[in-house]
Design a protein around this ligand. Structure first.
Ligand SMILES: Nc1ncnc2c1ncn2[C@@H]1O[C@H](COP(=O)(O)OP(=O)(O)OP(=O)(O)O)[C@@H](O)[C@H]1O
Ligand SMILES: [Mg+2]
Length: 252
């Protein structure tokens, strides 16, 4: 029987992190972090600046080597390098944009399709990229240099570049950063659509209302440690969380 924190629609465990510890020289960036994301589930990872959120992503993606702990994706050890990500069905967006400003919108999205077969048989990376763009209402932007787009559309291109790989685990690092209410509402719908197809989503975000609305569960990091993990409402009311994070947010 699913527990309180595992919604009925959640499927098999996609990402499992146990005892993850990462050090940068003398700095303990992560200490003994546990984290689970099931297929079809949206899990939020929040916490103050420098809490270690992006470092969790980098560890899952094999970009930083843990001092201790295990990370499995669909029961297998996570990729040890970026080249192992796509074959394991993992895609991420970067904090900020991370787009190639000299390339067109289409070329940026094609980059995300190169490492994975995916799509209908015989479809080219350009075909797949066009479909991913159309899914995010960017079909008519394909030929433009990506830098010519307004910021919210560039954020959608970054998302399309991750989604074109048809990931089973999607890591989103501050997808709502710099977006207004209308764009966040669209992003919310997109994240729900992706999860409803069975993709596991781990979402790092500072935008508390968005996180609490879209996520099935929220994990809070503070100074590299998990200080709360539960349903959004419970996490929001948790005094330790308010002190560490939400207290800071509401005074902004
Ligand atoms: N490659 C690195 N080398 C050394 N220190 C690092 C490295 N990456 C991150 N850190 C440090 O580890 C800590 C956690 O950083 P991280 O980027 O994971 O935080 P974050 O929660 O994503 O913060 P933000 O909300 O500002 O993005 C910080 O103190 C950061 O300075
Ligand atoms: Mg970060």
């Amino acid at each position: 029987m699913p527990g309180l924190e595992t919604p009925a629609h959640a499927g098999a465990m996609r990402l499992q992190v146990r005892g993850l510890t990462v050090r940068f020289g003398g700095l303990a960036a992560l200490t003994d972090v546990d984290l689970d994301v099931a297929d079809g589930q949206v899990v939020g990872l929040i916490g103050p600046n420098g809490a270690g959120k992006t470092t969790v992503f980098n560890a899952v993606c094999g970009l930083v080597r843990p001092a201790a702990g295990t990370i499995t994706v669909a029961g297998r050890p996570a990729a040890r390098s970026a080249s192992g990500l796509a074959p394991a069905g993992v895609a991420r967006t970067l904090q900020g944009l991370g787009l190639f400003p000299g390339l067109s919108v289409l070329e940026n999205v094609e980059v995300g399709a190169l490492a994975t077969p995916g799509g209908a048989p015989g479809s080219s990376t350009a075909d797949r990229a066009r479909r991913a763009l159309a899914d995010l209402d960017l079909a008519d932007r394909a030929a433009l240099p990506v830098g010519a787009l307004p910021y919210p559309e560039q954020k959608r291109v970054a998302l399309a570049r991750a989604l074109v790989a048809e990931p089973r685990l999607l890591l989103l690092d501050e997808p709502a950063g710099g977006l207004g209410a209308a764009d966040i509402a669209e992003l919310d719908a997109t994240v729900r659509r992706v999860a409803s197809r069975g993709c596991a989503v781990l979402l790092v975000e500072h935008h508390v209302d968005f996180v609490m609305g879209v996520c099935d569960r929220v994990v809070v990091l503070d100074f590299g440690r998990v200080i709360a993990d539960g349903l959004p409402d419970a996490v929001r009311r948790d005094p330790a969380v308010t002190a560490a994070y939400l207290g800071i947010e509401v005074t902004r």
